[in-house]
Design a protein around this ligand. Structure first.
Ligand code: CO
Length: 280
């Protein structure tokens, strides 16, 4: 254990102040650069922000949201946590999604995981990381449980970590798709997209799964089979129970009305909403 003498402690505090000073100096230089490049840049921000993308990423310092997709300040609404989790009881993440979808009406939600993720690696060890961190990592252990056969078959530990990173991203995309706020918005915008002359001819928000390779700086898109998910699990997660049939019938039990007053099963609408170009 390193023992701090009074001198070294004062020296450390002095260095910290110097470090903070240099950060603030760097900030002023950055602000000046931005103004030099575009004199109206900060003037535009007086109007507020209207980002089209919600980014849910890992807190890992190597995975900066805006920079890696070349987006300037003002264009990405960002939520980051350890291992880019979307947990239904996390008021923080749920509030971010609600605000982004309901108020900002973002068109895209990107969940970006990354290889060599410390959270995923920690969840692959039989170690108690203590509360609250261990509770958080338990969500990743649960994702392992869902895909145990596939993951156990990968004997190389790094290969298994990398695959769990990918499966974790896909699982979080499905967690977003389960939320009431996203289901509702996709149904609304599906009908809007069918209107002649619609600005956006596909349902929104579109949910994308990205995985980032920190050693190359490149991200790739993962395929998420939302249609299969809807087919297999909609009787559990569909939320619009507007009308239920008297007799227990297999399906459909979740009905909504389109703009002409015709009733449709919410799953049929959500499935059709996935056929737009935005989900390709
Ligand atoms: Co990470």
């Amino acid at each position: 254990m390193v023992r701090l003498t009074r001198f070294s402690l004062l020296s450390s505090i002095h260095n910290l102040h110097q470090c903070l000073d240099s950060l603030l100096q760097a900030n002023k230089a950055w602000a000046n650069r931005m103004k030099a490049n575009d004199p109206m840049f900060f003037e535009e921000h007086k109007k507020g922000h209207a980002p089209k993308i919600l980014w849910i990423g890992c807190s890992d310092a190597r995975v900066p949201a805006n920079e890696m997709i070349g987006e300037p300040p003002g264009s990405v609404f960002v939520h980051r946590n350890i291992a880019n989790q979307v947990v239904q009881t996390d008021f923080n993440c749920m509030s971010v999604i609600q605000y982004a979808v309901d108020v900002l009406q973002v068109k895209h939600i990107i969940v970006c995981g990354h290889y060599d993720c410390g959270g995923v690696k920690a969840a692959l060890t039989n170690v108690d990381h203590k509360s609250p961190l261990e509770n958080w990592l338990r969500n990743i252990r649960d994702t392992y449980r869902l895909h145990k056969d596939e993951l156990d078959a990968i004997k190389d530990l790094t290969g298994r970590q990398r695959r769990l990173v990918e499966l974790n991203v896909v699982e979080q995309c499905l967690n977003i798709f389960k939320t009431a706020v996203v289901q509702k918005r996709r149904v609304q915008t599906h009908f809007d997209a069918l209107e002649p002359g619609s600005d956006i001819p596909f349902s929104t928000p579109v949910i994308h799964a990205f995985v980032y390779e920190p050693t190359t700086g490149e991200a790739t898109k993962l395929r998420v089979d939302f249609k299969q998910y809807l087919t297999e699990l909609h009787d559990i997660y569909d939320l619009y129970k507007m009308e239920k049939e008297e007799e227990p019938t297999p399906l459909p039990t979740t009905m909504i009305q389109d703009k002409d007053g015709n009733e449709e099963c919410v799953t049929d609408v959500l499935t059709k909403s996935l056929s737009g170009e935005g989900d390709m």
